[in-house]
Design a protein around this ligand. Structure first.
Ligand code: ADE
Length: 255
């Protein structure tokens, strides 16, 4: 799926690659440990990330946890010491899976997906995308993971204050947000620069054709062709929108 605009952009940016996409100079390895490897198939089968995987910019290794389970039934969980409902993931299968990945990729950054972790945001996505080595995301089930597994990881990440039944979707969110920041994943890197969180504000309102839709007109300034005025309007709108909807972003200034 090559879009003409992309090819042209590459032509201008890198004359040596006219007519085809640049061979990636950089590839990032993501590993995932999960009881449900098939969950990763369709979300990454299309879109930007699917294309980046096809192009080898993102290399996704999904490791099934089940084969590391114990005994004939490849058991991965057990009843909690001290009693209570639900099961807890045993440490040995997770440890064995983590060790196997670490052996393949020494120095891999090990991240446990858990609602108790640091809350994922654009700053962490950027940090991850700049990491030189591979990233391992460990998806557990929410009910519980044996506490001793925490000693085996470098970081714990939550994608927000809500509870998923497993860390799989959370791992996908991290891969998506991190992966799109890698060089060559987005068709036009300018769009990254303009992006809301990079600017510490929400995005300004966007319009395309038609000029009038169900009685709503495109703001006159956008049709004026006056680029200075357009920029000023967009900045003002972004600030206004952020102040109204997400004042916490203006206070934090953390991104
Ligand atoms: N596992 C279950 N809920 C989660 C969350 N909110 N973030 C990361 N991992 C999770």
């Amino acid at each position: 799926m090559h879009h003409r605009a992309d090819a042209l952009w590459f032509h201008r940016a890198r004359p040596d690659t006219f007519g085809m996409r640049a061979a990636p100079r950089f590839a990032m390895d993501f590993h995932v440990i999960t009881l449900f490897p098939e969950m990763f198939e369709s979300p990454f089968g299309g879109g930007m990330i699917g294309r980046a995987i096809e192009q080898g910019i993102i290399v996704l290794h999904v490791h099934a946890l089940r084969p590391y389970g114990l005994g004939k039934y490849r058991q991965v969980d057990d009843a909690p010491y001290g009693g209570g409902s639900g099961m807890v993931m045993r440490p040995e299968p997770l440890a064995a899976a983590i060790d196997a990945v670490a052996e393949e990729h020494p120095g891999v950054w090990k991240v446990l997906m858990t609602p108790q972790g640091e809350v994922f945001d654009q700053a962490i996505a950027r940090e991850f995308s700049a990491r030189p080595g591979a990233i391992l995301l460990i998806a557990g089930r929410y009910e519980g993971i044996d506490e001793r597994v925490r000693a085996m990881v470098d970081q714990e990440i939550s994608i927000g204050d809500y509870v998923l039944s497993g860390g799989e979707l959370a791992a996908m969110v991290v891969i998506e947000a991190t992966g799109r920041l890698l060089a060559g994943v987005l068709g036009n890197p300018e769009s990254l620069k303009e992006e809301s969180f990079g600017e510490r504000t929400l995005e300004y309102p966007h319009y395309t054709r038609p000029e009038e839709f169900r009685g709503m007109r495109v703001p006159e300034v956008l049709l004026s062709g006056d680029h200075g005025k357009i920029r000023a309007w967009r900045e003002a709108e972004a600030r206004r929108r952020t102040a109204r909807r997400r004042p916490d972003l203006l206070e934090r200034r953390k991104f």
